[in-house]
Structures are given as structure tokens and as C-alpha cells.
Write a new protein. Structure first.
Lengths: 694, 230
């Protein structure tokens, strides 16, 4: 930085010397002069300037402006603005110096500037609020004095603002800080303030004045700050390929926490430009550096040293490319209270920042440990290093995404397992439930076995009339040996029922509705079923039915009811072959009405249920005594039948015995044998009495 | 009781153990004296020597060769320098001489120079003899210490003697960048030291305010300072 032409790390001694050859060291900032020579040179320049101004009105400034128009295109905007400012200033200068109307114009001008200053900013309001606590604790004269001091401070700086180079202004400002510090020590009104409050007051004055004067003092047009800003900005832009490996800084870019801290640090250093007071700018730097230390701690795993810190700071500055970097640094250097800047953490970090900027300015291939060729290629953009920050960023982004998605996957996985567990639990439960139910069902089934009840078939006795006459008389069952007993009868009867049911199933198909009398339907169906088997079956069943009918009319009722239920089923299942009938279905309500309907059309033709034929036969039975147990009394109401017969015939002891023995054949037998026994006993008793008599 | 506030800069090639030394010292001071800082590159500590309180601001520097040219920024306005080398590497001893040369060229104020030969725990591999180092330290007007950051030997001595050196310096009041306070009124810099300190604050980065100091002294006639160039 001491040499303009060759920015290498090692600098020849000769390059450092003053251009004037006075033996002292020169400085690039001073155009290669030593401080004293530069000062003299500047004064000479200034004299020349004022002289030329007097002479040619526009003079040097114009030339400078012309010269500057040759600068690059992107820069022209700034240049324009700058030139305008310069010209304006020149005009003012002309007015002041040439036309000698100085005082009045100056005053009005100053007034305007004052206006600008104090209207200025919401920042001032904020500042006032921030320090409200302090001022509320201060006494009235102190506040007044501070205000007065700030006013004179501003006035003084304004007075010199247009005329003096920025270095002088800096000196003035620094002196003011000094004066104010001394004033606080010396003046009696400040005597009861403690050190802390004095420091705060000093801070306040500095912040307030600097916020007011920011527009004038920051990057003043008289300096080359703006050009430097642009050049460093371009330089950093050119160096955007530099990554942390080149700088040997141990930033673990792929770690997301580190990445976040890098972003925070970059934000902090970018914030420097928006702060107004030099102290605030310095605080931005401090915050940035602290974040760098934090991220280094993350990467290195211990307190970071300067060896690691400086490369990291350079890296951050390179990646942040803060706007107006040079202007900001110069502004802080010039106008921050020097006692503060030169000591403490802020000073240290600021020094490091200056180092970083200086390093970036003078960066060579050597300082990045690469060959000059390689460096050139990178700089010209021909080559892009494999892992630039951007790619690292991209990778980081990818990593971020990956982590996010991994987390999501994990979550999903967890949920999936949860779900799976739930599902299996549910499955088990279902299985258990199923088993339980099956068990229960089987238990229930075992307890109450499903017996398929034979469908009760309608025995439309009425319709049988035509065939009935051709049939043999119903006393056919008489042939059955009485020994068979009731069991046989019941079996037979189920057979009969089944047959009948079969009949009806087949016969029921053509039947179409309740309106038709079941008897007609049945007769029609009977006509259609003329296969011999069927015929036989029908005949057989009918013969049975006939027999039954003749036995008891009550059977008809029950059968009819069954028929009704069946008829109801038909439309639901066409040609239904199901043999299972639920006899409970809708029995009660249908029975009477259907009975009526069945009776009404055919009733006339039917024999009255209490036909003498039957009774005659029963009488016949009755005449035969108790030896006729074969009457199927289970289904029929034999009781009533018997009653009828009892009522019709003369009662006899044998009748009574029959009456008693209708329930079961066994009991009949038993009672018979008992009677015989008792008879025998009686007889033997008689015989014995007779024997004893004789 | 007086308070002296001085800046110590730690110089030396990379890998000689600057940071370890500083860390070791911080570690010892940590519980009571150190101001809370993160990292080992900057810290302040307070020592009390007899009736004087010495506040040290220790600035660690990056030792890499590539940052060599930045060193002047660090040791600007420093009141003391610890120049560290590794006794097992003669290179670092030679490099240290360059550091000192540069330091003497760039710093005009008198400063407390301390030459520290680190890594005495590796006595068997010693390449730089004690005599040679001591002779050199004498030649530059500094004092020589040997230490081991690993075994924590001799480090306190370095800082203590630096503090004593600063006190001596303050008594000469030749060193204007040293901030000296009276205990009764610690904020007021004693005599012209304050003004000097201000000016030194101004002798800034990139050296441009050196100029302004000059103009200021002309304009206000307040600051007396020998006109020197850096």
C-alpha cells in the first residue's frame, strides 16, 4: 500500500521514501510524499487553485471535471454528481471571493444548511430518545451546556466544511471531542457527574453531531473516497472466486450453523453503511467480528486466534463486498473519537478490518499460494476454481434441503412405524374380535344348533277337492301297526312335510300374487306337474293331506298361515328354492284374513269340518276302544277332537281310559297292564277269599 | 494510585506459540481480571504492580507470512511488543529479527520490547541458545524471557515485566500514546499525555491523519509534537 505501482508484499525501501527525496518515508495516500512534503504540496496547490480561480473563474476545477469524464462508463453517474457538487461549490467560492458579497450570502446559505441539519433525520429523534434517560438525570445547566456545545460544534464544522479539506475537518472534530472532554473535567457544572455519565455524554455529543453532519462529512466530494470505493468494489468483484481454502481460513462452510453465522457476519458488515454515527459503524464492525469468532469457534473447536481470525475476516469482506467500504473506513478513521478508536475491542477489530481491506487491495498470486498464471486465469474469469463460495453455498443449500428432507423422512418414518404399530394392533384386535366372535358364534351354535325348519307348505285343502274324490278314503293310515308308536308317526310326518314342501316350491313359481286364491294356483300347478314322480309325490302328499284334512281342520289353518308367509317370500326371490322358511314371519296378521279368503270361494264346496264322515270314523275308533293309538294327535287338536267325539258318543269306561291314554302309547300300555294286574290281583284275592270261605 | 493503560502487541512467525501463550495467560487470568472477550486475539487484563494499576490491552497478530505487510497497522500506537520465537527453529529467530527491524522502523515512540523464546519444553531440540537470544535482546534494548506455553512456565513473568516496563515508561512520560490516569480522576489524562494520546489516535491507518495532525498543530497551535514522518 505504500507503493502505487507494484502491490507486492515486500516493498523496496526506495519505494517507501518521499518523492521529494527529503529522506523521510512517503505514503501512497499522500501521493508518495512524506507528510510534511505533502502538506506543503497541498498548500501550494491550494494557492494555485485560488489564484487560478480568480483568474479564470472556472480554472482547475473545470479541467478536473474534463479529466474525469474520461473515466469508465459505469462511473460517470457518480462523476456527474460529483462534478455538479464541485461546480456548485466553485460558484459559491466565486461569489464569496470574487464578488465580495460574502457575509450575507454566506449567512443565508448557512441558514439553509442549518435547516437541513436539524430537519434532517428521524435518527436524531431516535438518538434523543435513546439518551432520554441520561438527560432526565442531568441538571438543567448541563443539558443547556451540552446543547450549546453541540450548536457551536456544528456551526464550527459548517464554517469550515466547504473550505477545508476533509483532513482539517477531521482535526477540528477530534479537537472538539477533546475540548468537550476537557470541558467536562474543568467546568463546575459537570462536577457531580460520574465517569460513566461523562462517557455517555461524550458519546451522545459525538453521535449527535456526526448524525447531523453526516451528509457533509461522509465521503465529501473533495476526497477521492468514492473512486476508491468503486475500485475496491470492483476488486472484490474480481476476486469473487477466492474461497476459504485459498485464504487458509478454517471455515467449515458445509456446517449449517457456521453458514448461518457467516450470513450474520456478512449482514453486520453490510449494516455498517447504513449507520450514521462513526461509533455505530464501529459497532457494526465489532458485531461482525464477534460473529466471526463464534463461527471460528464452531469450526476450530476452541478459542480462535488471530491467525485464524484475519483470514476469516478477509473472507467475509470478500463475500460481503460492503458498499462504500473505503468511505466508511475513512469516515470512521477521521471522525470517530480517536481515544475510543485507538483502544479496546472496537479498535482492534477495526484495525483488523483495515488489514483485511489492505490485503484485498494488494492481493497477489503469492498471497494465495498459487502460481501467477493460475491467478491471472482466475482473475480474467477464464477459469473457475472447483469449489467457490457459490458452489459451497449451493452445496449448503442442498445440504440444508437434504437435512430438512431427512428430518421429514425421519418424521414420516416415525409416523409410519406408529401407524404400522397401530395397524397391527388393530389387526390383532380384529383377529381377537373375530376369534371371540367365532367362538361365541360357535358356542351359540353349539348351544343352539341351527335346525333348518322345514317349510310349511300350504295345504290348500280346498283346492284338493277335485282330486280328493278320486283318492282312497283317508283311513289308509289305519294299516299302520299300532306298535310303531308316535315316533314313527312324527318321522313320517316330517317326510310328508318335506314332500309337500318340495311340491310347493316347484309349484309356486307360476303363481303370481296374493290376489289369486291359493287354491286356484295350487290346482293349476298341480295340473302342470304331470311327471309321474311328481304326480306320485303329489298324490301321496295329497293323500296324506287328505287324511289329515279329514282328521282335523286345524291343520289347515296352520298350513295356510305357512303358505301365506311363503307367498310373501316369492316376489323377493323368484323361483326360490330355499327350503328354509321362517315360520314366525308375519303370521298373526295374515292368518285370519287369508283364512277368510281361502274359505270364501271354496267354502261352499268344502265339506264342513265336522262332517259326519269323520265323526263316523272316529266313532269307529271309539268303538275299537283304546287300541287305536295311531291317530296322529300331535299336530292336530286331538283334545278338542276327542272332546267332540266324547260329546257325540256315549261315555264308557273304556272311553275314559282312551281319553286318559291319548297322550302317549306307553302310558296306555302301562295302564292296560296295570289294569290286568289289578284285575288278576282282584281275581286272585277273590279266589283266596273263596278258598278261605270254603 | 495511578492507572496506566497500554497496548501490547504480540508478534512472531506462525507456529511459534503466540496464541498458546496468550491463551495460557488468559486461562490463568480468566477468573478475575479479564474482560469478557471471545477468541484469544484481543483481550484486556489488569495488573497491579506496587501502587500502580496497569491495564494491558493485548493484541494478538496473524503470524502468516502473507499478512506480514499488515503488521504495522497492528503495532501502531503499541506501547509494548512481545516478540515470540521458537527456540527449536532457528528460522523463527531470524524472522523475529526482521520483525524487530520493521517495528523499530515504524514505531517512533519508545516501547517496551520483550523477546520471548517459547517451547522450552523441547529443550532437547533447542537450536537457539540462550546466550545468543539474550545478546540479541540486549542489542535491541529489550529483555529476554524463555517460556513454555505447554508447561505454563515463565509466561506470567513476561507480562509482569512488561507491565513494569510500562510503568517505567510512563514515568519518563516520553511515551505519549500511553494513557495515564490519576486514580482520583481516572478519566483525565495526566499532563500532555492526553493530548499526545489524542494525536496518536490520529496517526491513523493509511497514515493520512498524520497529515491532519500537522495541519491541526499549525491551525490551532495547541499540539506540540516533533514533526516526524512514518
Amino acid at each position: 500500500m505504500y507503493s502505487t505501482k507494484n502491490p507486492s508484499l515486500r516493498i523496496n525501501e526506495a519505494d517507501l521514501k518521499c518523492k521529494n527525496g527529503c529522506g523521510y518515508y512517503g505514503n501512497a495516500e499522500w501521493g508518495g510524499y512524506c507528510s510534511q512534503c505533502h502538506h506543503e504540496h497541498l498548500q501550494r496547490e491550494r494557492l494555485k487553485k485560488t489564484g487560478s480561480l480568480r483568474g479564470f473563474h472556472h480554472g482547475e476545477r473545470g479541467q478536473i471535471g474534463d479529466k474525469r469524464t474520461k473515466s469508465p462508463v459505469g462511473f460517470s453517474k457518480f462523476e456527474e454528481k460529483k462534478r455538479q457538487q464541485a461546480e456548485k461549490k466553485t460558484k459559491q467560492l466565486l461569489k464569496l471571493s470574487v464578488f465580495r458579497k460574502s457575509s450575507s450570502l454566506k449567512d443565508s446559505n448557512r441558514a439553509e444548511q442549518w435547516q437541513e441539519l436539524y430537519n434532517a433525520t428521524p435518527e436524531l429523534e431516535k438518538l434523543k430518545q435513546d439518551y432520554q434517560d441520561l438527560f432526565s438525570s442531568l441538571s438543567q445547566p448541563v443539558c443547556h451546556d451540552v446543547r450549546k456545545f453541540i450548536y457551536s460544534f456544528n456551526a464550527n464544522v459548517l464554517k469550515y466544511a466547504d473550505l477545508s479539506p476533509v483532513e482539517e475537518l477531521s482535526e477540528i472534530v477530534q479537537n472538539f471531542y477533546q475540548v468537550f472532554a476537557k470541558r467536562m473535567e474543568a467546568n463546575s457544572i459537570y462536577i457531580d457527574l460520574n465517569q460513566e455519565k461523562k462517557e455517555m455524554l461524550l458519546d451522545y455529543v459525538e453521535k449527535y453531531v456526526m448524525t447531523c453532519l453526516y451528509g457533509i462529512l461522509f465521503c465529501p466530494p473533495s476526497t477521492t473516497d468514492e473512486e476508491k470505493d468503486l475500485s475496491i468494489q470492483n476488486r472484490i468483484r474480481q476476486l469473487n472466486w477466492v474461497n476459504s481454502q485459498h485464504l487458509d481460513c478454517r471455515i467449515n462452510e458445509t456446517k449449517s450453523e457456521v453458514c448461518d453465522l457467516v450470513y450474520t457476519a456478512i449482514t453486520d458488515i453490510l449494516g455498517m453503511d447504513s449507520a450514521k454515527a462513526p461509533q455505530d459503524k464501529l459497532n457494526c464492525v465489532v458485531r461482525c467480528c464477534r460473529n466471526i469468532f463464534l463461527l471460528l469457534q464452531q469450526s476450530v473447536g476452541g478459542p480462535a486466534s488471530a491467525d485464524e481470525f484475519l483470514p476469516a475476516l478477509i473472507f467475509i469482506v470478500l463475500k460481503a463486498n460492503p458498499p462504500r467500504l473505503k468511505s466508511n473506513i475513512n469516515y470512521i478513521t477521521r471522525f470517530c473519537n480517536a481515544s475510543r478508536l485507538m483502544s479496546g475491542e472496537g479498535g482492534y477489530y477495526f484495525t483488523n478490518l483495515c488489514c483485511a481491506v489492505s490485503f484485498i487491495e494488494n492481493l497477489t498470486a503469492e498471497s494465495l499460494n498459487m502460481s501467477a498464471d493460475e491467478f491471472e486465469q482466475y482473475m480474467s474469469g477464464e477459469m473457475v476454481p472447483p469449489s467457490t463460495w457459490e458452489s459451497a453455498l449451493m452445496m449448503c443449500e442442498g445440504m440444508h434441503l437434504m437435512y430438512e428432507q431427512l428430518a421429514m423422512l425421519e418424521d414420516l418414518h416415525n409416523r409410519y412405524t406408529c401407524f404400522g404399530e397401530g395397524a397391527s394392533a388393530l389387526k390383532e384386535e380384529m383377529q381377537k374380535f373375530k376369534n371371540d366372535i367365532t367362538q361365541e358364534v360357535s358356542a351359540v351354535l353349539a348351544r343352539t344348533p341351527l335346525t333348518i325348519q322345514p317349510r310349511k307348505t300350504p295345504t290348500d285343502i280346498d283346492s284338493e277337492n277335485p282330486t280328493c274324490e278320486a283318492l282312497p278314503p283317508p283311513i289308509v293310515p289305519q294299516i299302520v301297526a299300532p306298535q310303531l308308536g308316535l315316533d314313527l308317526d312324527s318321522v313320517k310326518k316330517t317326510d310328508l312335510a318335506e314332500d309337500m314342501q318340495l311340491d310347493i316350491t316347484t309349484a309356486s313359481v307360476p303363481r303370481d300374487g296374493l290376489s289369486l286364491s291359493p287354491s286356484f294356483g295350487f290346482s293349476r300347478s298341480l295340473d302342470e306337474l304331470m311327471t309321474p314322480d311328481d304326480m306320485f309325490a303329489t298324490q301321496e302328499s295329497l293323500s296324506f293331506v287328505q287324511g289329515l284334512t279329514s282328521v282335523s281342520y286345524d291343520i289347515d289353518l296352520s298350513d295356510l298361515s305357512a303358505d301365506n308367509s311363503y307367498v310373501e317370500d316369492v316376489p323377493a326371490a323368484d323361483g326360490c328354492k330355499s327350503s328354509v322358511v321362517f315360520p314366525l314371519e308375519a303370521k298373526e296378521d295374515l292368518t285370519p284374513s287369508l283364512l277368510d279368503t281361502t274359505e270364501s270361494p271354496t267354502g261352499d264346496q268344502l265339506p264342513s269340518p265336522i262332517k259326519p264322515v269323520c265323526t263316523g270314523e272316529y266313532q269307529g275308533f271309539a268303538a275299537q276302544g283304546w287300541q287305536i293309538p295311531s291317530i296322529p294327535c300331535e299336530t292336530g287338536d286331538t283334545q278338542s277332537l276327542n272332546c267332540d267325539t266324547c260329546g257325540k258318543t256315549d261315555s264308557a269306561p273304556s272311553q275314559v281310559s282312551v281319553e286318559r291314554t291319548v297322550d302317549s302309547a306307553a302310558s296306555v300300555d302301562r295302564s292296560a297292564s296295570q289294569k290286568q294286574e289289578t284285575l288278576a290281583k282282584v281275581l286272585s284275592g277273590l279266589m283266596t277269599t273263596f278258598d278261605s270261605l270254603f | 494510585m495511578r492507572t496506566i493503560e497500554g497496548k501490547i502487541v504480540v508478534l512472531g512467525a506462525q507456529g511459534v506459540g503466540k496464541t498458546s501463550m496468550v491463551l495460557r495467560y488468559i486461562g490463568k487470568m480468566f477468573s478475575h481480571h479479564i474482560s469478557p472477550t471471545i477468541g484469544a486475539s484481543f483481550f484486556t487484563c489488569k495488573l497491579t504492580v506496587q501502587d500502580t494499576r496497569v491495564k494491558l490491552q493485548v493484541w494478538d497478530t496473524a503470524g502468516q507470512e502473507r499478512f506480514r505487510s499488515m503488521a504495522p497497522m497492528y503495532y501502531r500506537n503499541a506501547n509494548a511488543a512481545l516478540i515470540v520465537f521458537d527456540i527449536t527453529q532457528y528460522d523463527t529467530f531470524q524472522a523475529m529479527k526482521d520483525w524487530v527491524k520493521e517495528l523499530q522502523r515504524n514505531v517512533l515512540e519508545s516501547m517496551v520490547l520483550s523477546v520471548v523464546g517459547n517451547k522450552t519444553d523441547l529443550e532437547s531440540q533447542r537450536k537457539v541458545t540462550r546466550e545468543e537470544a539474550m545478546q540479541y535482546a540486549d542489542s535491541i534494548g529489550g529483555s529476554y524471557f524463555e517460556s513454555s506455553a505447554l508447561h505454563d512456565e515463565g509466561i506470567e513473568d513476561v507480562f509482569l515485566s512488561t507491565a513494569i516496563g510500562l510503568i517505567r515508561l510512563s514515568q519518563d512520560s516520553l511515551c505519549s500514546s500511553l494513557r495515564i490516569y490519576d486514580s482520583s480522576d481516572p478519566s483525565s489524562p495526566v499532563s500532555n499525555a492526553g493530548v499526545g494520546q489524542l494525536c496518536d489516535g490520529d496517526t491513523s491507518r493509511e497514515g493520512q491523519t498524520q497529515y491532519s495532525l500537522q495541519t491541526s498543530s499549525l491551525a490551532h497551535g495547541e499540539v506540540e509534537r516533533s514533526p516526524v514522518c512514518c
